[in-house]
Ligand binder design. Structure first.
Ligand code: HEM
Length: 211
């Protein structure tokens, strides 16, 4: 028997898809900006304009995510791994990694059963926490400095100078390329290949009923 679990409320779904579209556009236009002269599928100036617009959309959208998770108090329940129970935490991550690396191929069941309060498995928790609290904020802050190095000179100095800022901004961009690839692959590992993706559209995930 399957039961339907409401995992992704409306603000999270809006955030997620605006974020995903913005990321793809930012990566593509970022490539054009970085490899000026080597590729020209749109002009450099158009790429910069589109990149800036979607950079600000990403910033506003990040604030939506931040306000939703912090004002509802859900951030701590959903995103913070149980560091204070290191044995449970580490064994949970190993169990999940063994499932992805081996169990799934021999038909074992996913050890994690998502619920609205515990929707991420231990590996997702660490990955999403890093993305949302370290990578995206750093990407936005370094993006602001590169967008207007004069207005945000103070921020550039704080982050270690323009060269460091540029290195962080482009370095993270390489990392996201990798993240999106793994993230999309993992999001096809539900009970059907589209189950998790449909859940991120409708809000509801189908779960095997526990007996
Ligand atoms: C077309 C591209 C994408 C697809 C198909 C996709 C798919 C999904 C799905 C199905 C989920 C539900 C939970 C899960 O199974 O992990 C999810 C959650 C999530 N995704 Fe994506 N995603 C995409 C792009 C991105 C990008 C670009 C980012 C950030 C850089 C991202 C960050 C996240 C985060 C942080 C969550 C957890 C959201 C929450 O419930 O609070 N995703 N994604």
């Amino acid at each position: 028997m399957k039961k339907r679990v409401y995992l992704h409320p409306v603000p999270v779904r809006i955030w997620h898809w605006v974020n995903a579209i913005s990321f793809i556009i930012l990566i593509l236009t970022g490539l054009q900006i970085r490899f000026i002269g080597k590729t020209e599928w749109i002009s450099f100036h158009t790429a910069v304009k589109i990149h800036s617009v979607f950079g600000f959309i990403l910033l506003a959208n990040y604030l939506l995510w931040f306000c939703y998770y912090f004002f509802t108090g859900k951030f701590f329940k959903i995103y913070i791994p149980p560091f204070w129970k290191p044995v449970d935490w580490i064994s949970g991550m190993i169990r999940q990694a063994l499932y992805y690396g081996y169990g799934i191929m021999v038909g074992k069941k996913n050890p994690h059963h998502p619920s609205p309060e515990h929707k991420f498995n231990p590996l997702q928790q660490v990955a999403y926490l890093m993305i949302m609290m370290v990578c995206i904020p750093l990407q936005i802050l370094t993006g602001l400095v590169l967008w207007d190095p004069v207005k945000f000179a103070w921020l550039g100095k704080l982050l270690g100078g323009l060269q460091v800022v540029s290195l962080i901004h482009t370095g993270l961009w390489v990392f996201y390329g990798f993240f999106i690839f793994v993230h999309i692959y993992l999001s096809t590992l539900g009970h059907t290949p589209l189950a998790h993706i449909i859940a991120m559209i409708t809000g509801y995930e189908e779960e095997e009923e526990e007996h």
